[in-house]
Design a protein around this ligand. Structure first.
Ligand code: 2RA
Length: 349
């Protein structure tokens, strides 16, 4: 018997992507339910060749639903995830609300799927799993296999993040401002703190006391939680006028020796990674090419001779997919494929 799965935030950028990915991958669902706020009641969203009518979250009974994929922001998740989880439904949440709670697993299946087995074995577990921030998810898919080979001591990460990470309004703002530049209309930043069209903004999320931004802090905290608490991480997160696809320039310092050729071979074999690294014009990936794709692309792999055991890499992925919707679906798939979660209908039969 298949699973019943609900998508909360089904009309948003990530919610729609979740529905596409469930359909593309043939997720073993008997029923898929689209949920949204009362404002979107009855709105239709695509699911494969069919459409689903959005139901209202407040009125939905989760007692026979196996998985709830949440993409509706932190405050909604804070209120709703525990209520849904208490009905025996596993919530996989895409907001930052639960990521740093030590009771909640934070998972990228290619990196730390094993924590799911420990979590499911706990009698007193809270039925919530957290999905990481987009910039950390793709970073760790690339870093994990290299860390296994030579142990990363320090990572210096500069991100180039697309506007879709800020939601649909942010995408609209880039579009509107770009047009306004051409027709000489006035530009009034709303979603972004400064003009984003033909510009870059070194500021994503709120400022922290130490001068870093929350987006930068997330990369540090989530790398430590999922990969290794001993890795030193420094991050500068920058918004760029790209619609989809986050890019990262990453400088790595390892404990042991690792050459660029070895790193390339390791990454070629690593799950979720796709190496595109020809040292010629266009022999690398840009965010436009990553849009709509599942892979984390790695290019520009080269040694950094300014430190002992240093490498530079360029990491690009579709932030709405591996950075959000795809990873969420992969967590559910991992639970199923490892035999950790049976459908509630099957259990009751
Ligand atoms: C962004 N990190 O790109 C966010 C999305 N999760 O703004």
């Amino acid at each position: 018997m298949g699973y019943k799965i609900a998508i909360v935030g089904a009309t948003g950028n990530v919610g729609r992507e979740m529905l596409d990915i469930l359909s593309e991958r043939g997720f073993p669902a008997d029923e898929v339910v689209a949920l949204a706020s009362s404002r979107s009641k009855g709105k239709e969203v695509s699911f494969g060749d069919s459409t689903l009518k959005c139901q209202v979250l407040d009125h939905y009974d989760f007692s026979d639903t196996d998985f709830c994929l949440m993409s509706a922001g932190g405050s909604l998740s804070k209120e709703w995830s525990p209520k849904i989880a208490a009905q025996g439904c596993i919530v996989i949440d895409n907001s930052s609300q639960w990521r740093y709670d030590e009771r909640i697993p934070l998972v990228v299946p290619e990196v730390n799927a094993a924590v799911l087995e420990e979590w499911i074995a706990k009698k007193d577990r809270i039925n919530i799993i957290a999905n990481p921030n987009c910039s950390t998810a793709q970073l760790l898919v690339a870093l994990k296999p290299l860390h296994e080979k030579a142990k990363i001591k320090r990572a210096v990460v500069s991100t180039y993040q697309s506007v879709s990470g800020g939601g649909k309004d942010a995408m609209d703002e880039l579009f509107t401002q770009t047009r306004a530049v051409f027709v000489s209309d006035p530009i009034e930043p709303k979603k972004f703190p400064k003009r984003i069209a033909f510009n870059v903004i070194p500021h994503i999320d709120v400022f922290m006391d130490d001068g870093s931004t929350k987006e930068e802090w997330k990369v540090v905290a989530e790398t430590k939680k999922m990969l290794d608490p001993s890795i030193k991480v420094s991050c500068t997160a920058v918004r760029v006028p790209v619609f989809v696809g986050h890019s990262e320039a990453v400088n790595l310092e390892f404990e042991g020796p690792i050459t660029a050729d070895e790193a390339r071979d390791i990454l070629r074999e690593a799950p979720g990674c796709l190496v595109v690294d020809k040292r010629e014009d266009g022999g690398y990936i840009t965010p436009v090419e990553s849009a709509g794709e599942d892979a984390t692309y790695i290019s520009r792999i080269r040694e950094d001779s300014t430190v002992e055991n240093g490498l530079n890499i360029w990491v690009v992925s579709d932030n709405l997919r591996k950075g959000a919707a795809l990873n969420t679906v992969q967590i559910a798939e991992t639970l199923i494929n490892k035999g950790l979660v049976k459908s509630r209908a099957e259990a009751a039969a």
